[in-house]
Design a protein around this ligand. Structure first.
Ligand SMILES: Cc1ncc(COP(=O)(O)OP(=O)(O)O)c(N)n1
Ligand SMILES: Cc1ncsc1CCOP(=O)(O)O
Ligand SMILES: [Mg+2]
Length: 208
């Protein structure tokens, strides 16, 4: 399995957002360090997810960036994405691994060491851990775990830990010090007035 990129850009498909414009700005800066997770709103159709994933894959390919699909693993298979990401309300990790196959990238959400270790034992190749900080991007989330919570998870597993939730370039050093291999962001890039510059700041913080 190729090494995982450190900057995970999760598509923001909320009204008024332009995920492909953000991606076009980020790709030339982050290149193969970029993992794009295609995440659509729950009420989006599979056809919409499929078409967005196909566009994302086409944009990623020349840069060697990785494309994953959130939740909808049949869409990941249909577009030949590198893999997918599942959480507590999605397919169980072991089932997701059977669907995607042994060679796929498979992320799983975790926020404490026990479930993190279980997800890895079931076949997760990386963990999305959070929310690390407060965020308005997704509602109904539990309280942020902060760098200390992330440190507990990172200490319990051998796979890359990707910090998610309210992450900005300014918060990356503390998350890395706590054991994060990389970060996943929605708002930091989608809401940036200059996504190319913000990507450069995130990459600098992740690779220094
Ligand atoms: C890298 C990463 N980490 C966590 C999540 C959250 O997944 P999940 O808990 O299934 O929530 P939804 O994103 O499906 O709403 C993620 N997508 N990516
Ligand atoms: C999907 C998800 N799961 C935990 S936090 C989050 C959203 C992260 O978005 P942002 O980077 O804007 O805080
Ligand atoms: Mg999910």
């Amino acid at each position: 399995m190729p090494s995982l990129g450190r900057l995970h850009l999760i598509t923001d498909t909320r009204p008024g957002r332009d995920p492909l414009a953000v991606l076009r700005a980020a790709l030339p800066v982050a290149r193969a360090e970029l993992v794009v997770q295609v995440r659509v709103e729950d009420d989006a159709s599979d056809r919409e997810a499929y078409e967005l994933a196909g566009q994302v894959l086409g944009l990623c390919r020349p840069y060697g960036a990785t494309c994953l699909v959130n939740d909808r693993l049949h869409v990941a298979l249909a577009v030949d994405a590198a893999g997918g990401h599942v959480g507590a309300e999605d397919l169980p990790v072991a089932a997701a691994r059977r669907v995607l196959g042994a060679g796929a990238v498979l992320g799983a959400t975790a926020r404490e060491p026990g479930s993190a270790a279980a997800a890895v034992a079931a076949g997760a190749s990386y963990l999305g851990v959070g929310p690390c900080h407060a965020t308005t991007t997704k509602s109904g989330l539990p309280d942020p775990i902060g760098p200390a919570g992330l440190r507990a998870v990172a200490g319990a597993v051998e796979v890359p830990v990707i910090a998610i939730g309210g992450v900005t370039a300014a918060s990356v050093p503390a998350l890395r010090a706590a054991g994060a291999y990389g970060v996943a962001v929605v708002g930091a890039l989608s809401g940036s007035p200059d996504p190319a510059r913000t990507t450069a700041e995130l990459i600098a913080a992740l690779t220094c």
